[in-house]
Write a protein that binds this ligand. Structure first.
Ligand code: NAD
Length: 300
């Protein structure tokens, strides 16, 4: 039996439509336009693509998009001064500093300089602590998108065994916290985990966030399990012609889809939901900043 394909593009469209509805109300009823500032330091090509696409989608849902592109040689003092100005700007409700930063900049220092209320990436230490203790926080976009897709396709998650492969601060750890928040029994697996295939075989829900192309084969997957593939890996695709490449996830899609109950594809799964959740977080940040009721269904 083939798995249901979880269509991240459709889920993201729904989230964006909901966000656009709230933005329209904020504008027409309260005279407020949510604003998102994205700061990009340097010329990393992948980051440039992400920033462009974030800016385009921000405008499409009716919000204000401000981009600050700084030279790779920008010093810490100048970057912190910009963040300080954005923190104080009442027209900016969300601030995102595109990672990775050039090596000479201290990422923790920079992220923790963002006003936690405007920290739409959810990486500020205060938001990490709030999420970890089950309190209202800004939730990191990628794991939030995964949770929304799981709730939509799996329904009640309570009591299920969930295995998150990967323990990064931006995906693995917050994903585990969110699943715990929905009363899953959560295992975080990582590069030192023993008997990883056996650990994964016990999972009703598998979230793979490793960064290794097609590492998880179908015979690691429990029949009927839901598989969320966060990985984005570019591999050679000689079948498409010389020098051509394609994107694959951390899961071997073909063999996993033959046993799973539901699975996200790459591309078209988690990726589109990440940006949709960034827009959702910006609307939520705007509501919080203005003491307005938060839209329902757009956060954890
Ligand atoms: P990371 O490199 O920070 O973390 C990878 C984790 O995988 C580490 O915790 C490591 O312990 C674990 N790991 C490495 N080798 C392993 C192995 N052999 N077995 C088990 N675990 C192993 O990566 P990240 O930032 O968490 O990203 C993970 C993947 O998700 C990457 O492919 C990245 O491009 C992708 N990603 C996608 C989105 C999206 O929007 N779809 C967002 C963020 C990251």
């Amino acid at each position: 039996m083939g798995a249901t394909i979880i269509d991240g593009k459709k889920s993201a469209e729904r989230v964006r439509a909901q966000v656009a509805g709230h933005v329209e109300r904020l504008k027409s009823v309260h005279g407020i336009t949510p604003g998102l500032a994205v700061v990009l330091v340097g010329e990393d090509p992948a980051s440039q693509v992400y920033v462009r696409s974030k800016g385009k989608m921000t405008v499409e849902v009716g919000m204000k998009s401000i981009e600050h592109r700084l030279e790779a040689s920008t010093g810490e003092t100048d970057l912190l001064a910009l963040i300080s100005r954005l923190n104080a700007d009442p027209e900016i409700h969300g601030i995102l500093v595109q990672l990775p930063l050039p090596d000479h900049l201290d990422e923790d220092l920079v992220i923790n300089a963002i006003d936690p209320v405007k920290d739409v990436d959810g990486f500020h230490i205060l938001n990490v602590g709030l999420l970890g203790t089950g309190q209202k926080s800004m939730v990191p976009c990628t794991p939030l998108g995964c949770l929304m897709m799981l709730r939509e396709h799996h329904g009640e998650l309570s009591g299920l065994n969930a295995v998150v492969i990967g323990r990064s601060n931006i995906v693995g750890k917050p994903m585990a916290q969110l699943l715990l928040g929905d009363s899953c029994t959560v295992t975080i697996a990582h590069s030192r985990t023993r008997d990883l295939p056996d650990v994964v075989r016990r999972a009703d829900i598998v979230v793979a966030a490793v960064g290794r192309p097609q590492m998880v084969p179908g015979d690691w997957i429990k029949p009927g399990a839901t598989v969320i593939d966060v990985g984005i890996n570019r591999i050679d695709a000689p079948e498409k012609g010389d020098g051509r490449t394609r994107l694959v996830g951390d899961v071997d899609f073909a063999s996993a889809a033959a046993v799973a109950g539901a699975i996200t594809p790459v591309p078209g799964g988690v990726g589109p939901m990440t940006i949709a959740c960034l827009l959702a977080n910006t609307v939520i940040a705007c509501c919080r900043a203005n003491g307005l009721a938060e839209p329902e269904g757009l956060t954890a």
